[in-house]
Design a protein around this ligand. Structure first.
Ligand code: ARG
Ligand code: GLU
Length: 712
């Protein structure tokens, strides 16, 4: 403990000293805040108006949201740079055991050879507008908390839909900035035809695999080129040979000279979620329920999927994306669990709350209104703890059991079809019904009987142990005296839901005529899930209401305005290329090199590299990307900018707004960022543009892409 205190003390000193030369701070700043920052003082050499100009063209026009990731335009022909792991799903979907683009990489020799990146939509932020008043007006007189949650969601959807403008390929989306308090309508231009241009082999794009994931020092070439296409008239269109490359308003200039330690950098991107404004009780929920449950369950799933697909390339391709996503989350959660303990975050927050409570009680006006605010938060979270086991279980089961998804859709279909058209949920109205039915094909495609069966056995065994408000009574009733094994075996031998013809038969039936083991089970489970879900809505409603109040108190308590948590909307963060000291006696410097790649490759396995890479290295074929100072080609970079999931693929820019790298990860200690940022441990990881260009040119042989980006 003593040692650790010393470490904190030293870090504080370092922060104080380094802040005299340069400063950086927590912050994923929304567009509205960019012009309030002292970016010039921090090191920016261009004007803030060139970064974000609401009335003209600026860097943000080169930014795209690529699925759940970020990317940026790097040519006037719609060329996009993002991460390999962001394109991973579409690369594996396009791969077969014969043409395994995941293993071997993919290069389109010409535009005609590019392949469709199935499942990926690109979005460009066009404009934004504050709609808080409309939302808050709608809940003004609503006391029921579950209803409040529903009304907010519905109103957000309604406002977003009203902004949809398909003629101009515009989609609206309302984002909650401060919970229960501020709501912004964003208008996004969408592009539906996205193609893969160059993806390095997995051994580069995912070098180091799960062992190196969330770890610095890093040597992963996590990048992929894609291209955006639109119809000849410029509108968004699904994949078609007639489509033409999209001309962005702005594309980023790639600077092949890269960066050095200490350089000012900034990132624009779409960070997904942070939870810094929630109270200590939320962190207790994370520490005691969500993080351990999910990481344990996902570990188990990864293990099973690995066993089932061992020696079967087709199954490996089928499971690759899922395994990767599960592995990514479970390791992140373990990092968070360690971080929570390491910095005693719950206690820190509790102390802060004690101060806030004192502050409230010492101010008669505040005391009258908010005396019970924090105790109410506590009650609300106690309600969540009561249903936590069941809630997390249902969420996991509903997401990963294709049997559940199929059965639930059949049951819902049967019920909805009994109603007159006007009363049906929108996905069951005649214009949408065909699309809804297509979901059965997707579920069946993802389904694997062997996994489904063991998954069900595990989940049911787990759930039988829940008690109190989390007890899932229908499971006990369904099982009667059977063992879990016998019950699940019988369920599978009797059910017909894993066959498309049988599904279509069910869709012809009235609810009362349907009788199937799986459908019956899901029906009874679902009625319990609805109770849990409504309780969860009530809890969310309460958190929303209390968060808005806490915001008011905190505004008076700390005079400075604070920054909304990440919510998938466009943000800016800035900082410096900078090393750190994550553990006793360890200092990590901020740039890795090709030498490190070769070094790690001696271990093979997740570090195996393509033979050609070794040849290029031995022949010292480094082209213009050799860095004298480092005596090698730079590969990975580390910096103290504030990023989170969703920032993957974000361009890292230098003081002149030129691209010098692509963000793709955080250090293990920084996984706790989502709850609390701190200069001493918050470090994010990117791939240096010089490695991107070197691999593309020398390993990929895609000189034309360098020319297209103006790098010669
Ligand atoms: N950790 C990075 C991110 O959160 C990279 C993920 C790549 N996936 C992986 N399982 N290696 O998304
Ligand atoms: N790899 C993450 C993503 O997919 C970014 C890393 C992080 O969470 O900071 O967005």
């Amino acid at each position: 403990m003593k040692k650790y205190t010393n470490l904190v003390f030293i870090s504080i000193l370092i922060i104080i000293f380094s802040s005299t030369v340069s400063f950086s701070e927590e912050g994923m700043y929304p567009l509205s805040e960019i012009h309030k920052l002292k970016l010039k003082e921090a090191g920016l050499k261009i004007d803030a108006i060139d970064v974000y100009n609401p009335n003209g063209i600026s860097l943000i026009d080169a930014l795209v949201k690529v699925g759940g990731c970020t990317g940026s335009f790097v040519s006037d022909e719609g060329l996009i740079l993002t991460n390999h792991h962001c394109a991973f799903g579409s690369i594996s979907r396009a791969s077969t055991p014969e043409h395994n683009y995941l293993e071997n990489g993919f290069l389109a020799e010409t535009k005609l050879d590019e392949i469709s990146a199935k499942g990926i939509t690109v979005r460009i932020t066009e404009s934004y507008e504050d709609v808080s008043e409309q939302i808050l007006e709608a809940i003004k007189n609503i006391d029921d908390l579950a209803e409040r949650t529903k009304i907010i969601e519905d109103k957000m959807d309604e406002i977003a839909k009203a902004a949809d403008d398909s003629v101009n390929s515009i989609e609206g989306r309302v984002s909650e900035m401060f919970i229960g308090k501020t709501y912004i309508l964003f208008k996004y231009r969408i592009i539906k035809d996205v193609r893969i241009v160059y993806a390095p082999p997995r051994s580069i794009g995912e070098f180091g695999g799960e062992t190196d994931n969330w770890i610095w020092p890093r040597h992963t070439g996590d990048f992929t080129f894609m291209r955006a296409y639109v119809a000849p008239d410029g509108s968004a269109a699904e994949y078609s040979e007639n489509n033409i490359p999209f001309k962005p308003k702005k594309f980023l200039k790639v600077n092949p000279n890269g960066v050095e330690e200490g350089d000012f950098t900034f990132i624009l991107g779409y960070p997904g979620r942070t939870y810094r404004h929630l109270p200590s009780y939320f962190l207790e929920f994370q520490e005691n329920y969500q993080l351990p449950y999910i990481s344990k369950t996902y570990d188990w799933m990864i293990d099973q999927l690995g066993k089932i697909s061992a020696d079967n390339t087709e199954l490996q391709l089928k499971f690759a994306s899922t395994i990767k996503r599960l592995a990514n989350t479970t390791k992140n959660y373990k990092g968070k669990l360690k971080g929570l303990k390491r910095i005693n975050l719950v206690e820190q927050k509790q102390n802060e709350e004690k101060e806030i409570q004192n502050f409230i009680e010492n101010n008669s006006l505040l005391n009258e209104k908010y005396k019970n605010l924090l105790p109410q938060f506590e009650d609300t979270y106690n309600n969540l703890f009561d249903i936590a086991d069941a809630y997390l279980w249902f969420r996991t089961f509903n997401r990963y059991s294709n049997g559940y998804l199929i059965a639930n859709l059949i049951n819902e279909y049967a019920d909805e079809m009994q109603k007159p058209e006007e009363e049906r949920k929108s996905e069951f109205k005649s214009d949408k019904i065909d699309k809804t039915k297509k979901r059965f094909n997707d579920y069946l495609k993802d389904h694997n009987n062997e996994f489904e069966k063991v998954f069900l056995k595990k989940m049911i065994s787990d759930a039988l142990k829940f008690n109190g408000k989390s007890e899932i009574k229908s499971l006990h009733q369904n099982l009667q005296d059977l063992s879990v094994d016998d019950f699940v075996n019988q369920l599978f031998s009797e059910t017909k839901i894993f066959d498309l013809d049988e599904i279509n038969n069910f869709l012809e039936m009235k609810p009362s005529d349907i009788n199937d083991s799986f459908l019956n089970l899901v029906k009874s489970l679902d009625s319990e899930y609805k109770i849990i879900d409504t309780e969860y809505d009530r809890i969310t409603g309460s958190i929303s209401k209390l968060s808005a109040e806490l915001y008011e108190v905190k505004k008076e308590w700390k005079e400075t305005g604070f920054i909304p948590d990440a919510n998938g909307t466009l943000r800016l963060t800035y900082g410096y290329i900078k090393g750190y000291s994550p553990a006793d006696a360890v200092y990590m410097s901020p740039i890795t090199t090709l030498d490190g790649v070769i070094d790690k490759s001696l271990l093979g396995g997740e570090y195996a590299i393509p033979d050609k890479l070794k040849v290029l290295y031995d022949e010292k074929d480094f082209g213009q990307f050799y860095e004298d100072r480092l005596e090698s080609v730079p590969v990975g970079i580390l910096y103290n900018m504030d990023t989170t999931g969703g920032n993957s693929g974000s361009p890292i820019m230098n003081a002149n707004g030129e691209m010098i790298g692509i963000n793709f990860d955080r250090a293990f200690e920084a996984t706790i960022n989502d709850f609390a940022w701190n200069e001493s441990y918050s470090r994010s990881i990117g791939v240096d543009i010089r490695y991107v260009l070197w691999i593309t040119q020398k390993l990929g042989g895609a000189d034309y892409l360098l020319s297209e980006m103006g790098v010669n």
